[in-house]
Design a protein around this ligand. Structure first.
Ligand code: NAP
Length: 481
């Protein structure tokens, strides 16, 4: 069994007495152990980040840009290794390359944003400076274990912040390798620190720490609320990227079967364990048969199996506990009287050792059902009929979440008009891809932060108004180095 150290402080890996066993969810077998930190290691990591902050925050834009370029160059050759690692620790298939390609795109994009960003502007005679906020706690979930952390790291470093990272205890390996890559790329000691440990111990210790200036948290709405409460004691800035229950409105003028096929691909990508998953499909009541044809056709193409097999398109749930939770929702859907279109509780053939859940689609789902309201975070889709556009928008917005919204229509004007009415941080028209420069974040209980692009950089900046230097500011093109 392999062992990984999980505590990296001030440029050094620290051995830990406490260990956690990591289990391959595709077969239930333990394959590695990871060393865990606690409050003491968290304090040491924050102290190292604080010591490194002054110097790192005073680096020039050119120096930080060079660092981001070196990170991207060191990361790129390790993508196959990282894809294998994600397959092993969380069951996401190696065919899901975006899990490892996304982080590279974000390191590069952070560099482009940094290069063009105006850290100093003027309001009349006043100089307005944007400065690195300080020491940042970066807390990430298990479902996109590298990307969620890499985005935070990229923009925090671009801003000149120092960081203490805490990945999910269930999937720490991607973060460990990422930390090694950053170290190899020449990130100075103390600028990036890592403490693997549970949310309740390490996550809360980071959040409560008076020397942490910002917590950037991605995870469930429940844990995000707790982070907000704990952080409030020290008035630190909190950026939350939380859960979703996103709706896809297929308008009557769309190719309904094609939209339903796309929805299956998108919703069941990563076995449904994605915050943006369009897990509610809203279809005109009179067009339901076309939607079901598209759904069944696309579900028939899914290949469940060993995530290391390149032909596999759907792997297991991340852990046995999460598998149990998803199955509980399937049972709830059956009890609530939804119509099972495909899938269900029966384990997929030949895969009963792993945490595999069949791709499951419920029809005739009504807005009051738990499977329509709660984030299931597995391969479970709720198909909901509607009678007119207003009703569709009302159903879509009738959710405590507001992460993403999807619209399919043959008419861009109509699609845009519906998209404007959705209370969500991102709206996708006809399945358009997102781009790395655009903001990502949620409305309502899906969060209060924005990551990526200029908005992502600004999360890590403080704002300072400087008065009285008007003559000097006219003489100098910029006070920023
Ligand atoms: P989670 O249970 O909330 O955990 C997320 C992270 O927070 C983990 O590192 C966890 O540590 C830590 N944590 C838990 N309780 C904490 C606390 N009281 N204080 C500080 N940290 C704490 O979420 P998850 O199950 O890993 O991830 C799935 C959720 O993330 C879903 O709701 C999904 O929608 C959301 N998500 C959102 C986005 C987005 O951009 N909006 C992206 C991806 C995922 P341990 O697990 O190690 O205990």
């Amino acid at each position: 069994m392999r062992h990984y150290e999980g505590v990296f402080v001030d440029g050094v890996w620290r051995p830990s007495e406490r260990r956690r066993e990591l289990v391959d969810p595709s077969n239930g077998r333990p394959f590695a152990t990871v060393g865990l930190g606690g409050a003491e290691e968290t304090n040491a990591a924050v102290a190292a980040a604080r010591r490194a902050f002054q110097e790192f925050s005073e680096t020039t834009v050119a120096e930080r840009l060079d660092l981001l370029n070196r990170i991207a160059a060191a990361y790129e050759p390790r993508m196959d290794e990282l894809a294998d690692m994600i397959a092993e620790e969380m069951g996401s298939p190696v065919s899901a390359r975006v899990q490892v390609e996304g982080p590279l795109a974000h390191f590069r994009q952070a560099g482009k944003v940094l290069e063009a960003y105006d850290f100093e502007t003027r309001i009349g005679e006043t100089i307005v400076r944007r400065e690195a906020i300080g020491v940042c706690a970066l807390i990430s979930p298990w479902n996109w274990p590298i990307q969620t952390l890499a985005v935070k790291m990229a923009y925090a470093l671009a801003a000149g912040c120092t960081v203490v990272c805490k990945p999910s205890e269930a999937t720490p390996l991607g973060a460990i390798v990422l930390t090694r890559i950053l170290h190899d790329a020449g990130v100075p000691a103390g600028v990036v620190n890592l403490v693997v440990g549970s949310g309740r111990t390490v996550g809360e210790a980071m959040t409560a720490h008076p020397d942490v200036d910002l917590v950037s948290f991605t995870g469930s709405t429940e844990a995000g609320a707790r982070v907000g409460q704990v952080a409030a004691q020290t008035i630190k800035r909190v950026s939350l990227e939380l859960g979703g229950k996103s709706a896809n409105i297929v308008l009557p003028d769309a190719d309904v079967a094609q939209a339903a096929r796309w929805n299956i691909q998108r919703c069941f990508f990563n076995a449904g364990q994605s915050c943006h998953a369009p897990s509610r499909l809203l279809v005109p009541r009179t067009r339901m048969e076309e939607a079901i044809d598209g759904i069944l056709d696309e579900v028939g193409r899914i290949r469940m199996g060993d995530p290391r097999d390149p032909s596999t398109t759907m792997g297991p749930m991340v852990t046995k506990a999460h598998y149990d939770s998803v199955r509980r929702y399937i049972r709830t859907g059956l009890e609530e009287g939804a119509t099972l279109i495909c899938g269900g509780l029966e384990p997929p053939e030949g895969l009963s050792d792993g945490a595999y859940v069949r791709p499951t689609v419920f029809g005739d789902v009504t807005p009051d059902m738990a499977i329509a309201r709660e984030e299931i975070f597995g391969p479970v889709l709720a198909v909901m009929p509607y009678d007119d556009e207003d009703e569709a928008v009302e159903i879509a917005n009738e959710s405590p979440f507001g992460l993403a919204g999807y619209v399919f229509s043959a008419d861009p004007e109509r699609g845009y008009a519906v998209g404007r009415r959705l209370r969500a941080g991102r709206v996708f028209y006809n399945g358009a891809p997102a781009n790395a420069a655009s903001p990502m974040g949620g409305y309502k209980q899906s969060g209060n932060g924005r990551e990526m692009g200029i908005f992502g950089l600004e999360e890590y900046l403080e704002t300072k108004a400087v008065f009285g230097f008007s003559e000097r500011s006219r003489a100098l093109p910029s006070l920023v180095r």
